[in-house]
Design a protein around this ligand. Structure first.
Ligand code: GDP
Length: 146
């Protein structure tokens, strides 16, 4: 297994519910180490850009409105097979289908207000990490930045 990095977002619904600590603890306990963390309030333009792949979907406007409705906590997590592991811990997009014990089963409200985001592949992880963080804002050996 390879060490990977993934982009994780705790969405506005979970921030509002006071779940930041619980969710980060779940990820850390599973061996996902935070290399960068920040709380931000996304602008409409930032949310539209981040979810551009979904711009033709009927729920796009609603998703953008939700993602800009309050602060989010964005982090870079590193670990063995971090992308798949993080998505397993998140659970299915629709919380009614999320396995018991997953973050979405515990914290999501519905299929849109579903508590967390996680990159789905190495290339999207790279793009999503650089969408939010400069290389110098991510902890790690200096050689990795060179
Ligand atoms: P993810 O990778 O599990 O986050 O799922 P997707 O990439 O398919 O969708 C991105 C985000 O759009 C989801 O996390 C939800 O917040 C939202 N979303 C996905 N499907 C639906 C849907 O059918 N209806 C609504 N309202 N939102 C959705």
């Amino acid at each position: 297994m390879a060490v990977e990095r993934t982009l994780s977002i705790i969405k506005p619904d979970a921030v509002e519910k006071g779940a930041i600590g619980s969710i980060l603890a779940t990820f850390e306990a599973a061996g996902l180490r935070p290399l960068a963390i920040k709380m931000v309030r996304l602008t409409e333009l930032q949310a539209r850009g981040f979810y551009a792949v979904h711009k033709e979907r009927p729920f796009f406007a609603s998703l953008v409105q939700f993602m800009t409705s309050g602060p989010v906590v964005v982090s870079v997590l590193e670990g063995e097979a971090a992308i798949a592991r993080h998505r397993e811990l998140m659970g299915a997009t629709d919380p009614t289908k999320a396995a018991p014990g997953t973050v979405r089963a515990q914290w999501a409200t519905d299929i849109e207000r579903n508590a967390v985001h996680g990159s789905d592949a190495p290339e999207t992880a790279r793009v999503e990490i650089s969408y939010f963080f400069d290389a110098t804002q991510i902890q790690g050996p200096v050689e990795a930045l060179a």
